[in-house]
Each structure stands twice: as C-alpha cells, then as structure tokens.
Design a binder for this molecule. Structure first.
Ligand code: TMP
Ligand code: MG
Length: 215
C-alpha cells in the first residue's frame, strides 16, 4: 500500500475554444470557492506577465510568421517557468484554478497540422508538469463562439482554425474530463462545475496524490 500523502490544494483546469466562456466560469468558481473559505488562486495560461509570456503576446497580436515549433515551445516553457510555484502552492494547500493549461498546448498546436507537431509530440514536451485533478471542458459550436463579441481579435480566432481545435479537443479528452454544454446559462454551468470541483478539493485535502503529465 502507498503511504497517505499530505493534504494539498486541487488543480482545476478550464479548457475550450476561444470565447466559450472559460474566463466567466473560472471567475465564478474562484468566487464561490472563496465564499466557502477554500484557499484558491486564479491563474491563466499563457501567463503574459513574464518575458516568455510577452513574446507569446506579441505572437498572438501580430501576423508575422514564426516557426511553429519555436512558438509551441514558448507556450510550454511558459508553463514550466511557473511549475515550481504551482507545486509550492498546491503543496501548501492552495487550490489552483487555471484558465487553459497543457491541454490547450496540445489542441492548438496539433490543430495546425504541421507534420511533426502532432498530438503525441505535443504531449511529450509537457511531461513533468502536474496533471489536473479536474479538466472542465466547455463545449460550444465554433460558429456560436465566433459570433461572440471580440472574436477575431487574436491570431487563432478564425472559424476554420477553431473547428480544427475543437476536433483536437475531442481526440484529447478522456472519461475523466467534465464536458459541459457551454451554451447553457452561466449559472447552470456554474452549478455543474461546483458539483465536480468540490469533491476534487475535498480529495486533495485528504491527500489524494497529485498526478503527472502525461497520464
Ligand atoms: P487566451 O485567449 O486564453 O488568452 O489564450 C490565447 C491563445 O493562445 C488562445 O487562442 C489559445 C492559445 N494557446 C496555445 O496555442 N497554446 C497554449 O499552450 C495555450 C495555453 C494557449
Ligand atoms: Mg482567447
């Protein structure tokens, strides 16, 4: 038998195509958890505040072609530069709610269809990062997301590409993901998110071991 682990925070990740409502839902989750006295931090990837994150931000805002592998590895490096802090917070009992993570890294790059940048390669470079306790996948038809305000402001916000991203998410998701209908009312979605997130927070507090990518 494995020894029981120390209490820790949970790692909860929101995923989905652009403009599907991840920011709204991750905010609602953080607020509700806080109101229940859960120690929680809200992060997003890419983290545009670092030097690597600023390079990513430049890439997302200009049309200049850059090597796809180099860009992919910037997104990955942006997670690894936050790895120690993530592990420290989780070990200290803080739950982390992430707006995008490695799953975006795989889905968006694999959607480009560059021969050697397939999903297997993309997963391989994430190895060593902590795995999410819960992935909340917000499913929305790309046409509907594209009709939302602000769509098209960033590089990947093109309907054809978002369709390919959605296909990659379908291939990537497993039975542990919580797939939600992102076209429902925010409050209804939030109730489903809470129903799945609270048990994860409790499991983590009881010392359930943190997983590792790529499992
Ligand atoms: P955001 O819209 O959530 O700020 O993310 C910016 C874009 O970056 C979005 O189109 C998804 C994309 N992305 C990747 O291509 N790879 C990644 O690893 C991450 C985290 C995001
Ligand atoms: Mg976006």
């Amino acid at each position: 038998a494995t020894a029981p682990c120390a209490p820790r925070g949970a790692l909860i990740v929101f995923e989905g195509i652009d403009r599907c409502g991840k920011s709204t839902q991750s905010n609602m989750l953080v607020n509700t958890l806080r109101s229940r006295r859960v120690n929680v931090e809200h992060w997003r990837f890419p983290d545009r505040s670092t030097k690597i994150g600023q390079k990513i931000d430049d890439y997302l805002h200009n049309g200049v072609q850059q090597d796809d592998t180099a860009v992919h590895l910037l997104f990955t490096a942006n997670r690894f530069e936050k790895r120690n802090e993530m592990l420290r917070l989780l070990a200290g009992g803080t739950t982390l709610v992430l707006d995008r993570y490695s799953y975006s890294g795989v889905a968006y790059t694999a959607a480009k269809g560059v021969p050697h940048l397939d999903s297997e390669y993309c997963r391989s470079v994430e190895v060593g990062l902590p795995a999410a306790d819960l992935v909340v996948f917000m499913a929305m038809p790309p046409e509907q997301a594209a009709a939302r305000g602000g769509f098209g402001a960033e590089r990947y916000e093109k309907l054809d590409f978002q369709r390919k991203v959605a296909q990659q998410y379908e291939a990537l998701k497993d039975s542990h993901w919580l797939t939600l209908d992102a076209t429902l009312q925010p409050e209804l979605i939030h109730q489903q998110v809470m129903g799945a997130a609270l048990p994860m927070v409790e499991n983590a507090a009881r010392g359930a071991p943190l997983g590792r990518l790529w499992d």
